[in-house]
Design a protein around this ligand. Structure first.
Ligand SMILES: C[S@@+](CC[C@H](N)C(=O)[O-])C[C@H]1O[C@@H](n2cnc3c(N)ncnc32)[C@H](O)[C@@H]1O
Length: 220
């Protein structure tokens, strides 16, 4: 049995491999999305397969019919959401990423809006759009602004998931002391929120194995 932190990190890869082979069903569209994205030169910045399944479970738990995603890349997480039967609106700044995502999400109920998230989000609010779940996975430095828009765009008892919050905090100076998304979310009266830390071998760099997300439910 591993007895040191290094040993545990080594074992984390084995735990992930066992969970993937035990819990996930084959999905050729997800596999194709990954291989096509790599072939087209997109960066390997998708959620992990186990995280994708987590997001799909979260959608089922709240009966999500509509999902807003900020940061499409090649549409890998988009496919996870669409696989639950939800209709997905996804925002992507890069025309190249959007084009690959359109190829990868063919025949699914997916709308990909090409644009800068902080320009698109106010327009969605003006149109009176509401979503059951908002998934935030774009520019780390804009997470709070995305979150604030997400509070306006999420229906009561819907939820907001912000990816990579722990890793971003770990990379800050004076960890745990500065104002950040967690402290601001704590003061937002319209949500209850928590921080879920994760260890995953999805990222090969050891420092990137420690991560976590902020999950909020909208109260009103
Ligand atoms: C981490 S990747 C998204 C990964 C994707 N959600 C997945 O798991 O398959 C982040 C994406 O956000 C896009 N992005 C970055 N800044 C953005 C912005 N200001 N507005 C819209 N998209 C942005 C990037 O081009 C990139 O494709």
């Amino acid at each position: 049995m591993a007895s040191s932190t290094t040993g545990h990190l080594h074992q984390a890869g084995k735990i992930d491999a066992q969970a993937i082979s035990s819990l996930l069903k084959p999905n050729p569209q997800l596999d194709h999305a990954l291989s096509n994205s790599t072939a087209k030169g997109l960066p390997p910045k998708t959620v992990s397969a186990l995280q994708g399944q987590y997001l799909a479970i979260q959608c089922r738990l709240i009966g999500a019919k509509s999902v807003l995603e900020i940061g499409t890349l090649g549409g890998y997480s988009t496919i996870w959401f669409a696989s639950t039967g939800a209709s997905v609106t996804s925002i992507e700044i890069s025309p190249k990423h959007r084009d690959v995502a359109l190829e990868n999400t063919k025949d699914l109920d997916v709308e990909i809006i090409l644009g800068v998230a902080l320009d698109v989000l106010p327009k969605l609010a003006e149109e009176g759009r509401k979503f059951d779940l908002v998934f935030i996975d774009a520019a780390w430095e804009e997470q709070w602004e995305y979150f604030s828009w997400a509070v306006k765009l999420t229906r009561k008892n819907g939820c907001i998931y912000v990816d990579n919050v722990v890793r971003e905090l770990l990379e800050c100076e004076n960890v745990g002391e500065n104002e950040n998304l967690v402290t601001k979310a704590g003061r937002e009266e319209k949500v209850i929120a928590t921080l879920v830390s994760t260890v995953s071998s999805h990222k090969k760099n050891v420092d990137e194995m420690f991560d976590g997300f902020l999950l909020a439910a909208v109260k009103e």
